[in-house]
Write a protein that binds this ligand. Sequence first.
Ligand SMILES: [Mg+2]
Length: 242
Amino acid sequence: MADPAGSVLLFDVDGTLAPIVDDPAAARLADGIAARLEALAGRYRVVGAVSGRPVSFLAAHLPAALSLSGLYGLESQVAGRRTEHPEAERWRPTVASAAARAAADGPAAMVVEPKGLSITLHYRTDPRLEPDVIGLATRLGQELGLEVRPAKMSVELHPPIDSDKGTALLALAAGARHVLYAGDDRGDLPAFDALDRLAEDGVHVARVAVGGPELPVELRDRADVVLDGVEAVPALLDALSA
Ligand SMILES: [Mg+2]
């Protein structure tokens, strides 16, 4: 890219930088990704991760030079400083009770991933559970006032706060002349929406969809570039460093 000092590179993590695995705790960056990201972070205005994961997970697995936005924008870490959305903290007990209820009431094969300010209910290990898990999430969302957001082979319960990958992208991309975002899932659509808004304001944007059998058609259709999968990401990073 011709203008790295004016350019921001943002990446979803699971399914984009890290292969999706059955146990979300076991996910790791694909080979060759971390060193390339770290090198890019030394040259670009911002290189960052925008994820549904907690910032604590992102900080443990990504190079320290990256800016991090976790829990769909509810948490962030920029230049080593962690911050939280001001309205989020009061939802922590509600989210904890949703996690406890989900673990008690949900099907045994469902994986509950408590993330502090949000939770994810996974049915990847048994896709037949989808209707039960969605039904449980919908019930808990209605009872506790949480938002239900479908994700890849999973569903998220979130505080009803205006925060998603789009708001996270806009925060990290402030002032940039070029912004690239790469993602693989429906949760990345708000980031593509945010790129559309930046493009209307004259910012150069690149929408990258990272493919695979589960790539949603709505994301693929809006992408400027479609990669074959996580294994194609190192070549993209190399092109960005050229
Ligand atoms: Mg993803």
